[in-house]
Ligand binder design. Structure first.
Ligand code: NAD
Length: 264
């Protein structure tokens, strides 16, 4: 029960890594608000976790939705200790070399709006509550924030932006609010459809299912699934164990950069 009596808000908490974080936070004693654009996914998680969890359907690109998520969370649970910016998207088919200019420009706007602006607006909405609790922000980056590889230029650029944002926020919000990030590698079981479309550009990927590909690529020689990544968020949210930490981003990726992402 490392997070007993804590309250967290998780964007993209309806699926994948976000859902695993929600489940783990509840196991650790927290109450959690899920902010996700899919009401159906929110309902599925709530069916399993019951009244430890509330859901707010909305879009992270909209300031009003972010504010509503924070206010619903505080209305239900009385406070906010940890804001987790996690909702993110990727589209491997938008190669810089082959995508037509207008489509590339639209894809850039869409990806930055969700992966970067969504984090900034969520943080802005959460900040007043986190000042009150001397709380935390934790953002999901990616191995793409550190190494070139499967994500393509647009996705990689958004995740580099996330790391810069974390460091600047940590600087500006100290000593009141701590800000950290987790940089997962490929998450086993994820839908990484389109990964192979980048192979035309020289990044060679095989047709293996992701879990088998990960086994070949990672120095730790197996795929890691969403629940195995969730503990890093518990660590950052834990006031005792993460007392000194702000501005840090944890490479949590099976050692992907130690071998080179594109060299299975
Ligand atoms: P996912 O697609 O399984 O879940 C993302 C969730 O975010 C979905 O429930 C979706 O409804 C929600 N969402 C998407 N856009 C939204 C919006 N505009 N407003 C509100 N909610 C929105 O994704 P995932 O694999 O769990 O990825 C989560 C995070 O982890 C992302 O930031 C991603 O970049 C990062 N990441 C993923 C991998 C991977 O291999 N899957 C690897 C490294 C980093």
């Amino acid at each position: 029960m490392q997070l007993k009596d804590q309250v967290a808000l998780v964007t993209g908490g309806g699926s994948g890594l976000g859902r695993a974080i929600v489940e783990r936070f509840v196991q650790e004693g927290a109450r959690v608000a899920i902010f996700d654009r899919s009401q159906e996914r929110i309902d599925e998680v709530r069916k399993v976790l019951g009244d430890k969890v509330i859901g707010v359907a909305g879009d992270v690109r909209e300031m009003a939705d972010n504010k509503r998520a924070v206010s619903e969370c505080v209305k239900a649970f009385g406070q906010l200790d940890t804001f987790i910016g996690n909702a993110g998207v990727w589209d491997y088919s938008k190669s810089m070399v082959t995508t037509e200019e207008d489509a590339l420009s639209a894809a850039f706007d869409e990806m930055f709006a969700i992966n970067v602006k969504g984090y900034v607006l969520g943080a802005k909405a959460a900040l007043p509550e986190l000042y009150k609790t001397k709380g935390h922000m934790i953002f999901t980056a990616s191995n793409a924030a550190f190494y070139p590889g499967g994500g393509g230029v647009l996705y990689t650029a958004t995740k580099h932006a996330v790391v810069g944002m974390i460091k600047q926020m940590a600087h500006e919000f100290a000593p009141h609010v701590r800000v950290n990030g987790v940089a997962p590698g490929g998450i086993g079981g994820s839908n990484l459809a389109g990964l192979n479309s980048l192979s035309q550009q020289g990044a060679k990927f095989s047709d293996l299912p992701l879990d088998d590909l990960m086994k070949q690529m990672l120095p730790l020689e197996r795929a890691f699934h969403a629940p195995e990544y969730a503990g890093a968020y518990v660590f950052f949210a834990n006031r005792r164990d993460n007392a000194p930490g702000t501005g840090g981003v944890l490479n949590f990726d099976g050692g992907i950069g130690m071998r080179g992402f594109a060299s299975p």
